[in-house]
Design a protein around this ligand. Structure first.
Ligand code: S3P
Length: 172
């Protein structure tokens, strides 16, 4: 399928860049986190609290299956933990071209400081330690899943959206 899927760590800019890219390309923008919150009528932090992470992860898999059935020409931003499930990686590949938006630890710490909406970053050790720990578990999976990788640290969201557009929709 010809969708573009943006993966990467929380705070990497998947949703911001995805929205801009959708506007530029005329593709429909879908964010799996938003889709789940709308369908469940519940915030993700609340889903984690009341139903648990495993249940949220099942919802992510179901969201990908729904998208596979709903056609082409979408820009899809997915939650930072979604590619960690093998079944999800297979579904992502089926959906289209997967782009890893890579951001450095300092950038992520800066962007995620004060965030209270992401359950994986609450409580326990320092924010930097939590980010470093999760990144250690995830980075090789992001790299292994992606068809393309874009380093985002020194670029504005507009510039990244433009770069993706030029590479993937040169005719638009
Ligand atoms: C998560 C990332 C979040 C959201 C949930 C879990 C993760 O999405 O899916 O809080 O495990 O990395 P963003 O990457 O859009 O913040």
């Amino acid at each position: 399928m010809n969708n573009i899927i943006l993966i990467g760590f929380m705070g990497a800019g998947k949703s911001t860049i995805g929205r801009k890219l959708a506007r530029e390309s005329g593709f429909l923008f879908v964010d799996t986190d938003d889709k789940i919150e709308e369908e469940q009528q519940e915030k993700i932090s609340h889903i984690f609290e009341t139903k648990g992470e495993a249940c949220f992860r099942d919802m992510e898999t179901q969201a990908l299956k729904d998208l596979l059935g709903s056609g082409n020409s979408m820009i899809i931003a997915v939650g930072g933990g979604l590619p960690m499930r093998e079944e999800n990686r297979r579904l992502l590949k089926e959906l289209g071209t997967v782009i890893y938006l890579k951001a450095g630890i300092d950038t992520l710490v800066r962007r995620l400081t004060g965030d209270t909406s992401r359950p994986k970053l609450q409580g326990g050790s320092s924010l930097r330690e939590k980010i470093e720990d999760l990144m250690r578990q995830r980075e090789s999976v992001y790299i292994g899943t992606a068809d393309e990788e874009i380093f985002t640290d020194n670029l504005e969201p507009e510039e990244i959206a433009r770069e993706i557009k030029d590479r993937f929709f040169p005719d638009l």
